[in-house]
Design a protein around this ligand. Structure first.
Ligand code: FES
Length: 573
């Protein structure tokens, strides 16, 4: 038997009275031997497996490899499910349920007899939700990402998850491809297990896991089907047992320095804007001070070092073969807290110092950056008093300073109904404004911010226009798209007051987003404005509307910020 330090699980399995009988006896129906209860570390494997979450559909197999490692190190593993969030199927948007899944993770971890926990996650929201929940408990915690799909292959070309959808659907609408070609592309894009293989939100969050120090080196990039993903899971299983012995809790890894490292890394990889919201929410659970301005301040001077879609050309499989995230971290040495601790017991610096790069077309050095500056820009003004964000690396340079006439869509349904109307008064110089897609307004802040261009503009060969909303954008999307406007339109932010014909000025370099309407006129419009009744009145959606915070705070529930630790003083019977 490994050691006798009294662990948390002892409060269940170490009891000799009636409660001990209850805690052990029912577990024995799974064929457990006595030594499962002898004081060795109990490791929970928090599994977001679901066949409705195709990106995570291989996780039960991965869990078996984690178990091998846990057994080998003298622990005992128990796998448990929590709510899984499949980005592509869940209506009205998976983001609506991120906080709910985080509550599931938090209470499942705290309420059960585990000494450490492995989070198995992959599809976009499954990473932040499990991390938010685990952070509020603060056990030794290690994250394993499920890995990206292999590169999409379509008629001899590489195509990327999501990014291909936006490109192909615009091509279909512009008459450049047939309906049959469009259908054919479906299985070409998603041809193996794993999550989106562009630098979308899932890959970004996997990189965040690694740069935060919460995952093993190479966690981000090993393809889901590569046997080394299973090896990593095995080794993570071994390591979590050691972490329990070392009492290496999540809060010891997720320090302010770790978040700063993640922000810098997100800039260098051309990562998703969604990472901002998720990192803010995770930091909020741990009491780490982090705000929107940190992303601009720490990220704006960081060069783009990774040539991956949607900002570039390659995909995650190429990224792994080129060296993966450690090769990027090595290049970022002067910008990172090199001594930040990671879950493998080594610092970020120790893990990355000797990382090789095998393909400079995919991962470059700081002196040959793909773009000189890549960080997400936080813009403010009377149209976004608490901030909005734009991803310059995915935007059109010529549109980054733009003044144009607003064409307003009051809801996403209004947009769908009118966008291809030949009578719609719009051209490529206009600014498309979409309201009512923020956290409270949709509710759930969907990924609709990269609204497609009007057909008549597309037919002219135009591929980008300035778009502004209080919603989010898929990490696989691109364009000159201003997102996360806060305060959102549903709570009466200035965005709610924009009317057709108003002039809007965007100046990314000056970090400015201005609605050129007088204060007097805005006051007048504000008096007339009324909040939309979304008609829920009950259930989780109403709880969400009542308690979700604005995007600049991470869109977590107000009552979920902070943590409650791992203590549960009362027994179940
Ligand atoms: Fe699951 Fe993209 S849909 S990661």
């Amino acid at each position: 038997m490994p050691e006798q330090k009294k662990l948390r699980s002892h409060d269940w399995f170490g009891k000799t009275d009636k409660m001990g009988f209850i805690y052990r006896s029912w577990m024995r129906n799974q064929g457990l031997p006595d030594h499962a209860f002898d004081g060795r570390p109990i490791i929970g494997i928090c599994n977001t497996w679901s066949e409705f979450t195709p990106c995570n559909a291989h996780f039960r197999e991965l869990a078996e490899y984690v178990k091998r490692g846990v057994y080998e190190a003298g622990g005992f593993p128990f796998e448990f499910p929590i709510m899984s969030l499949g980005e592509t199927l869940l209506k009205p948007t998976a983001m609506l349920f991120r906080n709910l899944a985080s509550m599931d993770a938090e209470e499942s971890i705290r309420g059960n007899p585990m000494d450490g926990v492995i989070l198995l996650c992959g599809c976009d929201k499954t990473t932040p939700s499990t991390m938010m929940g685990a952070a509020s408990v603060d056990l030794p915690t290690l994250v394993i990402s499920g890995g990206p799909m292999l590169n999409g292959k379509y008629r001899g070309e590489e195509i990327g998850s999501g990014t291909a959808v936006w490109q192909l659907s615009e091509n279909l609408r512009a008459g450049k491809i047939t309906q049959e070609e469009f259908f054919y592309a479906e299985s070409c894009q998603s041809r193996s297990r794993g999550h989106c293989m562009t630098m979308g939100t899932a890959s970004t969050m996997a990189c965040m896991v690694e740069s935060l120090g919460m995952g093993m080196p190479q966690n981000a990039a090993i393809p889901a089907v590569d046997s080394r993903r299973r090896t990593l899971s095995h080794m993570a299983g071994r390591r979590i047992v050691e972490m329990v012995h070392e009492d290496l809790k999540m809060s010891k890894v997720l320090t302010r320095e770790a978040f700063e490292n993640a922000i810098v890394t997100n800039a260098a990889i051309g990562g998703s804007t969604n990472a901002i919201i998720h990192l803010l929410a995770i930091a909020g659970r741990l009491g780490v001070e982090l705000n929107l301005d940190d992303f601009d301040r720490l990220g704006h001077n960081i060069p783009l070092l990774v040539n991956l879609m949607p900002s570039g050309k390659f995909l995650m499989e190429d990224f792994y073969y080129a060296g993966g995230l450690p090769a990027v971290l090595k290049e970022l040495k002067e910008h990172l807290h090199w001594d930040a601790m990671t879950v493998n017991g080594k610092t970020i610096g120790e893990n990355s110092e000797a990382a090789p790069c095998y393909n400079e077309e995919v991962i470059t050095s700081t002196d040959k950056a793909f773009k000189e500056r890549s960080g997400i820009a936080v813009i403010k003004g009377n149209l976004a008093e608490n901030g909005a964000v734009i991803k310059p690396s995915a935007a059109t340079p010529a549109l980054m300073k733009h003044r144009g006439r607003a064409v307003v869509f009051e809801t996403i349904e209004d947009y769908h109904a009118r966008i291809d109307d030949p009578e719609l008064d719009i051209d490529e110089t206009c600014v498309m404004v979409l309201k009512q897609v923020g956290p409270k307004g949709y509710p759930g802040m969907p990924e609709v911010g990269n609204l497609g261009l009007p057909k008549k503009v597309l037919e002219k060969g135009i591929e980008d226009m300035v778009r502004i909303s209080d919603g989010r954008m898929s990490g696989t999307a691109y364009g000159t798209v201003v997102l996360h406007v806060s305060p959102e339109s549903a709570v009466g932010g200035t965005l709610a007051l924009v009317q057709d014909g108003d002039i809007i000025e965007l100046d990314v370099e000056a970090r400015k987003l201005h609605l050129d309407v007088s204060d007097e006129e805005l006051d007048e419009r504000r008096k007339q404005w009324e909040a939309t009744n979304l008609g829920y009145g009950r259930g989780y959606a109403q709880l969400y509307i009542d308690h979700v915070q604005q995007a600049d705070l991470g869109a977590d529930f107000d009552f979920l910020r902070g943590g409650s630790g791992s203590e549960v003083p009362r027994d179940s019977h």
